[in-house]
Design a binder for this molecule. Sequence first.
Ligand code: URA
Length: 431
Amino acid sequence: ALPAAPGPHRARATAAFLSLAGTVVWHSDPQRFARLYEALWRLDRGEDALHPADPQAVRLNAMAQAVRRDMHKMKAFVRFRELQGAGARRRFAAWFEPDHHSLEPTAPFFARRFGDMDWSIATPALTVRCVDGALDYAQGGAPPDLPSGAGGDASEALWEVYFANIFNPARIKLNAMRAHMPKKYWRNLPETKLIPEMLADAEARVQRMHEAGASTPRRGAAAISTRYRAAQTPPEPPADLAAARLDAQSCTRCDLCGPATQTVWGEGPPDARLMVVGEQPGDEEDRAGRPFIGPAGTLLRASLAEAGLDPRDLWLTNAVKHFKFRRSGKRRLHQNPTRGEIEHCRWWLGLEVKLIKPRVIIALGASAAFALTGDKSPLGPRRGTVEQSADGTPVLITWHPAFALRSEAEAAARIRAEMVDDLRAAAARAA
Ligand code: URA
C-alpha cells in the first residue's frame, strides 16, 4: 500500500529512475503515474525497485519499451502530404494513430529533420504544429481532410514508384512485415495499396530475378554510392538494442545488403558480460536470421561448453551483419568481407558494444580482430593475447572455428584446444 499523505519529504530519485520515468510517462496506461510513484517510493526506502528481476521493474521496462517502439513506428510511418497555399515555406500535414502518447516526445525529431518546412501532425489525442521551427500543441480529434495522394501529390506518386521498385520479392516475410509494419498503419500509408498487387506477382519476379542474375553496375557507381552513404549521417543512433536491431534490418551502408537475405543481428542477454564476435553470417545464418547456427557455429557452441560457458549467457554477433557470397551453381560460397565492408559495419558493432557494455570481447579470427581493434596484422602471433577495442574494452583474440573446420585432423585438434583455452581465459577475465 502507498503511504497516505506523505507530507513534505524530498524523495531521492536515481538517474536510472528518471530516465525510465521520462519514457514511461508517455504510456497510455492511466496507472502509469501510480506505478512510477510506487517505484520511487520503494527506491526512497532503499529497496532495489529497478532490479531487472523485480516484477515492478519488469512491468515499467516493458512499458518504456512499448513507448519506444511506438515512437519508432511514428518516425517510420508518418506520411506527410503537401498543402497548397501561398507563403515562402512549404507546408505539410499528416494524420497518425499512435498507441501511446508518443506525439510529444517524437515531435522534436520531426522538427530537426524537417527544419526547412512548416508541418503539422494530427493524432486523436493531440495535434502538433511546427511553424518556423517552433512547436505548438493543441487538442487532437478526427482525421483532418488531407489532400489525397492520387494524382495530386507528386512527391507521394514518386514515393510509390520508388517503393514498388525497391520491393524485393525474394525477401517477403509476411509475418516479419506485419510485425514491423502492423496492419493498423497500412490504411494511412500511401504505398501499402501497392502491396497486394506486388505480392501477386512476387513468385514470377523471383524467378525472373534468378534468371537474370546480378547486373554489373555502371562504372563509377561504387564511388557514387560510397559518397552518398558517407553523406548520410544517421539522424539519431538508436537508443536501445531493440531499436538498433530494427534499424539494422534496413541497413544499406555497403553493397552486401543487396544479395543477402537479411541482416543477421546479434543475440543474447542485453547485459551479457562476454561478447563473441565472428566474421559474418554464413549460408544457414543468412537464411534463418540468427548468428552461429551452421557448422562453424556448432563447433563454437561445443567449444564454449567445453570451456564451461553457456552460449545463452553470451552476446553472439558478427563483425559484418550480412552474408557475403558468390554463387556456384545452386550453392552460395562464403567470401571474405573487404576492409571497407568491415569498416562500414563497424558502426553497428560499436553500437552493440556501447549498449551491452561487455567486460570482455572475444574476437574470432582476423576480420573480427580488425573490426574491434583496427589492427589488420596477421592473427597467428596475436592469438591468445588481449588487445583493446576503440572504447577500451579488453578484446581476447582467438581462432575462428571455421579455421579448425578447414584444417587437417591434427591441426584442427590443436586449433580447437587453443580456442577452448582462450575461451576459458576470457571467461575468467570476465568473471
Ligand atoms: N561464422 C561466423 O563468423 N559467424 C556466424 O554467424 C557463422 C559463421
